[in-house]
Design a protein around this ligand. Structure first.
Ligand code: ADP
Ligand code: MG
Length: 306
């Protein structure tokens, strides 16, 4: 890695591997997170997101490969990095019986940071009105926001969040998206994991799709979807037209049966539409813009099930 890269890269990961009990769970992951970027590690449960992220943070030791975190190696334990990074673990823990405000004062003290930022941090995560509520009285979404605040109170430049939106109801998830966007607007670099495809598509500047411990694709959401070669996903219910007939239509590249539907991959969706109209089948066609879900299917041959 040269000096020029050091200035713009918050994290550089090269060929990381990790095995548990002889089973490889992170299998040669390489990726780069740029300063100021909102970077997503997206993958189904068990893909290796947490293991990868904790090796980036220096919390787990890799079997092989290297991590550069803000220009230094986090392993062996590098305490000089700690004030510069914020970490929210997948299972968050609070001090018992403290209010939101007291939690943050305590976390600030642990970091040796000023308590001046406590109120500002509560505001950033939308908890100003709950600052004197005890942590165990907060809703799930509010607790998630408090745990992000705990990782932010010492004003780190780089924030790691492990599934911050998991198991929240849709409204609480949306509120959290606004919080995350606000943090990015303050110039922070964010690395986060999620198993929600459409969320990663909305929030992230770049996404690494992880499957079975490998990065199967890494790019901006637009480039990932655009790289599909078909801008639209087309589906017909089974039985409308046979697979062989569909394959013979102009513009059709591939046809795949998925349950009771047939998914059509087309390089020329207009030509397919015309051909289906001629056969009286266009009314049964369901189309939508291609999404990361289609990218995952194309890359892995499996439907995305998180
Ligand atoms: N400490 C551990 N000991 C044994 N197996 C583990 C440990 N941590 C993770 N694994 C296994 O590694 C795989 C990847 O886990 P993880 O990184 O938590 O995935 P994700 O965060 O994507 O759900 C899973 O099969 C999990 O059971
Ligand atoms: Mg995980």
């Amino acid at each position: 890695m040269n000096r020029e890269d050091d200035g713009v890269n918050a994290v550089v990961v090269e060929a990381l591997t990790k095995a548990y009990g002889g089973k490889t769970v992170v299998d040669g992951v390489s990726l780069t997170v740029r300063e100021g970027e909102f970077f997503g590690l997206l993958g189904p449960n068990g893909a290796g997101k947490t293991t990868t992220m904790e090796m980036m943070e220096g919390l787990r030791k890799a079997d092989s490969g290297s991590v550069s975190l803000l220009g230094s190696s986090p392993q062996p334990r590098n305490t000089a990095l700690l004030p510069r990074i914020g970490v929210q673990l997948q299972a968050s823990a609070f001090f018992e019986r403290l209010t939101a405000h007291e939690q943050l004062v305590t976390f600030a003290a642990l970091y040796g940071a000023s308590t001046d930022r406590v109120d500002d941090t509560l505001e950033l995560v939308g908890l100003t009105e709950h600052s004197h509520v005890r942590e165990d009285k907060l809703s799930g979404g509010q607790r998630q926001r408090l745990s992000i605040a705990c990782a932010l109170v010492h004003d780190p430049e780089l924030l790691f969040l492990d599934e911050p939106t998991a198991s929240l109801d849709p409204q609480a998830r949306r509120n959290l998206w606004d919080v995350l966007r606000g943090i990015k607007e303050r110039g922070k670099t964010i690395v986060y994991t999620t198993h929600y495809i459409e969320e990663a598509e909305r929030l992230c500047d770049r996404i690494a799709i992880l499957d079975h411990g490998r990065v199967v694709a890494m790019d901006t959401p637009g480039a990932l979807v655009g790289g599909l070669g078909t801008a639209m996903s087309m589906e017909l219910p089974e039985g409308v037209l046979g697979v062989d007939e569909l394959l013979s239509l102009p513009g059709v590249d591939d046809v795949r049966t998925e349950g009771d539907r047939i998914r059509i991959t087309a390089s020329d969706s207009n030509a397919v539409m015309r051909a289906l109209t001629d056969r009286g089948a266009a009314g049964r066609l369901r189309t939508r813009d291609a999404s990361l879900e289609d990218v995952f299917l194309e890359l892995t041959g499996r439907e995305y099930r998180s």
